[in-house]
Design a protein around this ligand. Sequence first.
Ligand SMILES: Nc1ncnc2c1ncn2[C@@H]1O[C@H](COP(=O)(O)OP(=O)(O)OP(=O)(O)O)[C@@H](O)[C@H]1O
Ligand SMILES: [Mg+2]
Length: 1112
Amino acid sequence: MEVKTSLLDNMIGVGDMVLLEPLSEDSFLENLKKRFDHNEIYTYIGSVVISMNPYRSLPIYSPEKVEEYRNRNFYELSPHIYALADEAYRSLRDQDKDQCILITGESGSGKTEASKLVMSYVAAVCGKGQEVNKVKEQLLQSNPVLEAFGNAKTVRNDNSSRFGKYMDIEFDFKGDPLGGVISNYLLEKSRVVKQPRGERNFHIFYQLLSGASDDTLKKLKLDRDFSKYNYLSLDSAVVNGLDDATSFRTVKNAMQIVGFMEDEIRSVLELVAAVLKLGNIEFKPESRCNDTDESRVRDKNDLKEMCELLGIEQTVLERAFSYRTVEAKLEKVSTTLNVAQAYYARDALAKNLYSRLFSWLVTRINESIKAQTKSRHKVMGVLDIYGFEIFEKADNSFEQFIINYCNEKLQQIFIELTLREEQEEYIREGIEWTNIEYFNNAVICDLIENNQNGIMAMLDEECLRPGTVTDETFLDKLNTVCAEHQHFESRLSKNSKFLNDHSLPHSCFRIQHYAGKVLYCVEGFVDKNNDLLYRDLSQAMFKATHSLMKELFPEGNPSKVNLKRPPTAGSQFKSSVGTLMKNLQTKNPNYIRCIKPNDKKAAHIFTASLVCHQVRYLGLMENVRVRRAGYAFRQPYGPCLERYKMLCKRTWPHWRGPAREGVEVLMADLQVPTEEFSYGRSKIFIRNPRTLFFLEERRRQCLQDLATLIQKIYRGWKCRTHFLLLKKSQVVVAAWYRRYAQQKKYQRIKSATTVVQSYARGWQARKLLRELKHQKRCEEAVTTIAAYWHGTQARRELRKLKEEARRKHAVAVIWACWQGLKVRREYRKFFRANAGKKIYNFTIQRIMQKYFLGVKSGLPSMSPVDKNWPARPYRFLDAAHAQLRSIFHLWRCKKYRSQFSQERKAVYQEKLEASELFKDKKSLYPSSVSQPFKGDYLEISKNPKYQKLNSCVEEKVLLADVVNKINRANGKGASRILLLTKKNVVLADQKTGQVKASVALPDLISVSVSTQNDGFFALKLKEGSASAVKGDFLLSSEHLIETITKLHHIGSTASDDGEQLDINISDEFLVQFKQDKVCVKFIQAAPKNGNSASCKRKNNRLLEVSVPAATA
Ligand SMILES: Nc1ncnc2c1ncn2[C@@H]1O[C@H](COP(=O)(O)OP(=O)(O)OP(=O)(O)O)[C@@H](O)[C@H]1O
Ligand SMILES: [Mg+2]
């Protein structure tokens, strides 16, 4: 919540002089002093701010302060320059009223500082943005530039503004700054050539020499040593707290920010250097023939350097310092200048050059900072102008006259505007207007500016008048024209009340300004007003190649020679002040009146006489009186009611109706006399500060009572709340405690009960246990007794039964023995001695009978190969059983054989023979057993194909088969028909049936076969026999077993001596081929090309036969 405050809160003295009671100069000063001593440097007179220079930095300009004063009402906080700046800015932004801030005060009172504070405040609170910030920065940076060129150290102020400055800051409808325009007034140019004691020239000269680089100085042909320059005073060239070198850099930087080009800055510095050089040009007299002195430049070095710097022809300038050309219509007269005139011309040139340079700077800055848009804008003007200057004795000259005239005009506008505003407010608020008595200084202004007989008009007249014109003639004129005027005094004025006042010197006149009397010395008035610069000089300057220099002296242009006199300094100033006044009148004024507390530029010192003097000439008392003429204090109803509502029961604490009615009720209740106040439309107007202080006092008391009441209620509330809290706490504590106590008690009882219970239960249990144990022991005793008893009984019974059984058994045994004895005695007669043998034989017979019958019924089949035979019934018959089986088998075989025919028998005999020959000797044999021996496989007798062959064979063919005759050369076979008869073995061609060989059986000595599964056989012939011519035969037959068996059989039967044919079974045997004996070797090989064996001639001696292994 925002806390509403007022200027009246915590006031030191009174914050607003209007409320000063009683109002007198003393109380005024006392109030100022009191506030000054408490660092309250600002005090109001209504809406006017009085600012005391603290001469030290106070912590009241921080950004936080800016925020504090931002958007607050003027009287809401303690007096501050920010309050005024805020008020002005807000009414400019919100009410669309152009504003001007008029800052006045004597030199060193803080006007320039105040203007900077106002500008910085506005810059801080107005809008932001890149463009806006640039404008703000340019506006703020124009200050250091103007201060460097326009400010100087004086005895009164180390940074004294030696020109008047009015700056219009332009804003758009949002309150953002757009740009600005600066106007300058009357630069104190005399300072360029001469400075009073303890003062110095404009800052820029010192800054340039201290801060510029060596290089720059060299270019400008300058020396860093101040003492080398006539125009620079040396006694106070160095100012405490001012660092010229740093300031130079700041100024250059500011110029760049404002928008000066590099070459512009250079040109400006060149002109500054030129002024310094100009000051060093000195003259010496040179006698002329007509007894006049003519000036000559003494040392031309500086002149030369200056001319080089500005591009001026040296002779032209030299001549301009020696001659003066006066042109009048068609005439042109050239006169020589004496040394004094030459110095005058030199100084006039320096002053003009510098002041024109300063004006050019202002114009150039204006060019940079001017608003870019042409749209309508609002304006806030800040006027930082020199205040009244009253020097002691008669040191006041033309400048002071001009300055004081300006202040008179400002005072007038102040009175006019203040009164007008006051009047407007009364009309606005519907208050009856009562005429206000005040001093109107229009009459003084008239004395100075009146076009007919005003002092300035007189001066101009004198300056323009032909003939001898001096300051004295001017004073004479004044004495005649203004003598009647009540504010004008001079030693010779007729109406003077001070005729006898010898303090008024002869060459002086005195004007009674609104702020006091000022004595002016007329010396120099005419010259200063004329402000003459010889045309030769301006023309010489125009001839310079330096463009800025040329620009500054346009009147030097010979093609535009203007014979008209230029306007005098006084008239120029008058017209510019007139424009300024007009400008100010269109704006809403805001005043800052600056006061300097002491002459020592020191903090904490309040020199009452000095302040009193300023209070007087600033017309501050006047100001307060004007303000209080009608009503001293006014306040809107709302804030008024809010502030004083506690003074009346009906308005406290809340007033529900309109604020005005509330205030009416309040005033009636307080019985304030009706003439003491008036009700306006929105404000109450209080005539006398007494009434306000009465209200404030009542409020203060009431606040104390209220504070007591609030304290009382608060304390009561606090105690009550505390008590209630304690009470509540006590109940809670008690409840908790009771609960706790009961809980404890309960737990105690519970545990006691448990103990008692446990004891009782224990006792009961032990008792029961005892009983049960007793009972158990009794039961066990009974059981034991019973067991013993039963045992005894049973044993007794058992013994009895055992006894009885023994007896019975003994009886039975005895009985059996007895019976046996009886039977044996009885049957002994029926038994023989060999009855056993007979029974045995009989039994055996019976068994054998049964056995044979069994064998008979179980005989196996008649097949000799049936291996079945019934099982033996008794072991003792084993041998008989085997014997019987063999007999049966032999018998069965006999029976089987008896069924064979002769042929069949022969066949079996052959088979038998084969078996004898080959069984278990040759692997081929088992496969031949099942093959019947057919003999004539070719059916040779029936087949007509073999008829011829058949006819060749005499005997009966016993075997005809196709065999392979193995070629002895390569082991390959050739088919041959093998015929076997009782006498011969014939080999014939298979196709043709032609007999190839016939071997008589007796020639055959042996047959060789292998042990293996092959059909190879070799017929070995008797050496030397007819058949053995070609050697032995190696043949292979599919029916080998049959062939060999038959050959063996026939061979054995055919031989006369019954010699058997030798059958040689071996895997290696020799065969006689013609002369060679070849070994035929049989090897087992893996089956290949079916199952047939293959024969291969390995070498001359070896024929290898690979026989595939017989498959199972
Ligand atoms: N508000 C302030 N706080 C601190 N110092 C201040 C204040 N106002 C002024 N001063 C000091 O007083 C000096 C003089 O102030 P300033 O230059 O503003 O005076 P002025 O009225 O402009 O004088 P002149 O008429 O000679 O230009 C400043 O340089 C500064 O040291
Ligand atoms: Mg100043």
